[in-house]
Design a protein around this ligand. Sequence first.
Ligand code: GLU
Length: 304
Amino acid sequence: MSFVCRFAPSPNGPLHLGHAYSALLNHRAAEKAGGRFLVRIEDIDTERARSEFEAGILDDLDWLGCPPSEPPTRQSDNFSFYAAALAKLEAEGLIYPAFESRAEISRAVISRELAGPWPRDPDGTPIYPFRRQEIPDEERARRREAGEPHVLRLDMARAVGLVGSLQWEEAQGNPLGRPAAVTADPLAWGDVVLARKDTPASYHLAVVLDDAAQKISHVVRGRDLFHATSIHRLLQVLLGLPAPVYHHHRLILDIDGRKLSKSSGARSLATFRTTGALPDDIRRLINLPPKNARSARQVETPAS
Ligand code: GLU
């Protein structure tokens, strides 16, 4: 099997040290395995994606010394492909239109919590508090036809009932480490959203379709996506897609111990660059060896 991995940034802000770590880890694994390192621009959220961020990302990757093996691909080129997958899930009765607004959902959670804590998903968001059975499918179809705003949700209980228990392979220690099986728990997520009016496929749906289409053998990404892999594994089985090996790497934290993020204003790689940092300074900051570590060590070794 040939080794293919990918770095999949969303072009809604500049890259920071967390992205640098992920990209360099992927790139190094591909180099070691004699495989390919792909870059996929995850611009499915067309409201937030901007071409100037995309250009900045590719520039940063070149500068860091981890350019992709091939020209990058974009999710926005694949919209029809996502629609076909939704149609397949729909034909099997696995997705349904849901009409509650975000405000209605949070009101329902608040009222349920009067009777005790309402379950949260692994990211800490309350599980969708309604049930498909509360509204007959015919009425849902009629409201959808009438143009009522809705999202498409996965009927998690039905999907899990169909496929049974699931596992994924997690490479231990590093992206090329020996894989060990992890038990997936998709029920912990409830009826997740797979499409919205302004987003033709959710991250979960798009990522499994793109990874399969690009024949990704190893998905190397941050630990914050570890639990989401349960949903991804389920969708792979439902859609008849192959299962890559996963490796969820450590996260780069800020001074308060929180995961770096664009929204909390993490310093961008571009800012590091303009203040004189070199790619090896970035590697040092995220505890990766300098680019030419091996040859440097050889030079230092005294002749015997
Ligand atoms: N686009 C996602 C992000 O920027 C990456 C998802 C993945 O690697 O599966 O967090």
